[in-house]
Ligand binder design. Structure first.
Ligand code: FES
Ligand code: FE2
Length: 385
């Protein structure tokens, strides 16, 4: 069977940045390519599916679609988060369709099979005929919900569907080390989700990879984000790469000009630096001296995605009423930046309908992280059908 990327394309993407080709239009428009990404890219690595703060209380549950694959996040009695395939083990009804809170168990609305929030199958009413709740051929101990390998880091929930990815600690260690070059990880753990003006989800008409590629470079700053460029100029930016992440940062993010009230800052922050790594495949983190944000890109279809944005602040004061206006000011700044980004992402999606475009080229000086991501995608899918 023909592989989803031809050897010629993989070779061209892997050339040095100055002579490399970017991914072809089909990588952004083909349903077959999207399915290959689901099976051989999102399923095989650690993929971020949500913010832990979206299910804060025990029993809180949230259905998630990972490229059309139904999953279910549930906050356990222990306080940790478990993720299951969101499908009943009887006749395959999707178990949970809306976010909700379970006081006890999770009942399938079709024939009443009931699961503990830890996935254990508890009851199969009338399965042996009316009034008979057990049958020898259906062993309840073997029919619990299929659980998914799950990990949490910085309030981000990750899953590895295939069960074949390296240990999460090994996967995240390089990004942890990068973050520690800014501030101690124990400092980062002081943050909590903003009590207001903290989160928004925006749908955009673009392939998920275009959003990643855009976030990886700062080249577009003067044209797409003129206001942000005044706080942190293009020439103040720098790039960095690791195996599973890349990104840009700025040496001169002036946080004192953004809000009317100064937020508490991390102890020991590394100067005026702010960094924006993208952890492959689909999560951006914004590290700043006085706040963090995350953006999780959730692909819905090959040309349609969601951008889930969440801000975090440190210390109680930042969450108080006194900071309501400052939280709104900061939120409005970032929301504007995101909308500016998504505008060009949609423009790139439209452009990829043109037979006159061949994937394009990279500037070695300005697009190196975007090229790094293209290589990661091409080499991850190399030989896959
Ligand atoms: S499909 Fe869920 S109980 Fe039958
Ligand atoms: Fe941008």
């Amino acid at each position: 069977m023909k592989s989803i990327l031809s050897p010629d394309v993989v070779e061209a993407v892997n050339r040095p940045t100055a002579t490399a080709s970017a991914l072809p239009n089909a990588a952004y428009r083909s349903d077959d390519f999207f399915q290959a990404e689901r099976d051989h890219l999102f399923s095989t690595t650690w993929t971020c599916i949500g913010n832990a703060c979206s299910i804060p209380n025990i029993g809180d549950a949230r259905p998630v679609e990972l490229l059309g694959m139904p999953l279910l996040m549930i906050r356990q009695h222990s306080g940790s988060i478990a993720v299951f395939h969101n499908v009943c083990r009887h006749r395959g009804n999707q178990l949970v369709r809306e976010p909700c809170t379970y006081k006890g168990s999770v009942m399938c609305p079709y024939h009443g099979w009931t699961y503990d929030t830890d996935g254990t199958l508890l009851a199969t009413p009338h399965v042996g005929g009316h009034g008979t709740d057990h049958i020898d051929s259906i062993d309840q101990t073997e029919r619990g919900l299929h659980s998914v390998r799950t990990a949490e880091w910085l309030d981000l929930v990750f899953v590895n569907i295939s069960n074949t990815a390296p240990a999460f600690e090994d996967f995240i260690a390089p990004l942890g080390a990068r973050a520690e070059s800014l501030v101690a990880l124990s400092e980062l753990e002081r943050v909590r989700p903003a009590t207001s003006h903290g989160a928004v989800t925006i749908e955009f008409a673009g392939n998920w990879k275009l959003c990643i590629e855009n976030n990886l470079e700062s080249y577009h700053l003067p044209w797409v984000h003129p206001d942000l460029n005044a706080l942190s100029r293009l020439e103040d930016h720098y790039d960095y790469e690791s195996a599973d992440f890349a990104g840009q940062g700025t040496l001169a993010y002036d946080h004192t000009n953004v809000t009317s009230l100064m937020f508490p800052v991390f102890d020991g922050w590394n100067g005026r630096v702010a960094e924006y790594p993208t952890l492959y495949p689909n999560v951006f983190i914004g590290f700043h001296c006085d706040h963090l944000w995350t953006r999780i890109i959730e692909p819905l279809e090959v040309n349609r995605s969601l951008d889930h944005f969440q801000i975090y602040y440190l210390d109680d004061a930042a969450h108080s009423d006194a900071y309501e206006l400052a939280r709104k000011e900061r939120f409005d700044v970032w929301k504007k930046v995101i909308l500016e980004d998504l505008g060009v992402v949609e423009g790139m999606q439209l452009g990829r309908r043109s037979p006159a475009f061949d994937g394009g080229v990279f500037s070695p000086a300005m697009d190196a992280p975007s090229h790094h991501f293209a290589k990661w995608v091409a080499n991850t899918l190399d030989g896959k059908v």
